[in-house]
Write a protein that binds this ligand. Structure first.
Ligand code: ADP
Ligand code: MG
Length: 232
């Protein structure tokens, strides 16, 4: 294992949902190190806790116990505002459903995350560049209703990258696409991972998608098992 500080490190992460009946122990002492530049798939059946784990990595949810470090910094000591700022600057998110604003064009949707810091000419130029990069140069001014599912997901990828995040967290990014669309989108994500040096962590239940990534981990009974690559 390298001595370098990992980009993201989870230590002894436990997550218990109290619930009405028996508490659900979803994550049980999970350790994970993600190195800068790697591409990592997390697989496992529905309900095993993949989204829970990704949401904890994205500081969208907190663990019951354990620590979450990003670039050597403890994320759990940040206040809400600092955490939101960290997410906006350093993380990009892609979900199964694109969550684009229907009344806005592709380009306007891509620029939404830049509105917090006021929209600049630079942001517009980067948004145009990213839409071109994801193959939508001729569809920048189309609204989501005029785009296919795969095209909307490409807009969502461009939106996730607009603030040049270091880590892209994708939760079933290909879950709503055809097999061909899923393989195309995964190819695109891996090209962006290599070209822009964006670390990629993707949750998927497609083994075919997972096999395209650098490392594969399986979440099983609340624990992570290395299937290929990444030394947890
Ligand atoms: P996956 O993404 O692998 O399908 P999830 O992380 O969404 O799994 O869910 C893991 C388990 O935790 C499931 O049994 C789910 O019902 C439960 N769970 C998820 N979120 C909550 C919540 N907010 N409250 C209670 N239980 C939850
Ligand atoms: Mg899920």
């Amino acid at each position: 294992m390298s001595d370098q500080v990992p980009l993201m490190e989870l230590k002894r992460i436990t997550k218990v949902y109290p619930g009405a009946g028996e508490p659900a122990h979803v994550l049980n002492n999970v350790d994970l190190r993600v190195s800068a530049g790697e591409s990592l798939a997390i697989i496992g059946p529905s309900g095993c806790g993949k989204s829970t784990l990704l949401n904890i990595m994205g500081t969208l949810d907190g663990p019951t116990s354990g620590t979450v470090n990003f670039d050597g910094r403890n994320m759990l000591t940040l206040n809400d505002r600092e955490r939101a700022d960290f997410r906006n600057r350093s993380l990009g998110f892609v979900f199964q459903f694109h969550h684009l604003l229907p009344q806005c064009t592709a380009l306007e949707n891509v620029l939404v995350p830049t509105l917090v810091n006021r929209q600049t000419e630079h942001a517009r130029a980067r948004g145009t560049h990213l839409l071109d990069r994801v193959g939508l140069a001729s569809r920048m001014h189309a609204r989501p209703g005029e785009l296919s599912g795969g095209e909307c997901q490409r807009v969502a990828v461009a939106r996730a990258l607009i603030n040049s995040p270091r880590l892209l967290l994708a939760d079933e990014p290909t879950g709503s696409l055809s097999r061909e669309g899923a393989l195309d989108l995964t190819t695109l994500l891996l090209e962006l991972n290599r070209e822009e040096h964006i670390t990629l962590v993707a949750v998927t239940h497609s083994l075919e998608v997972a096999e395209m990534m650098g490392s594969v981990l399986e979440l099983k009974n609340g624990a992570l098992i290395v299937r290929r690559g990444n030394a947890v």
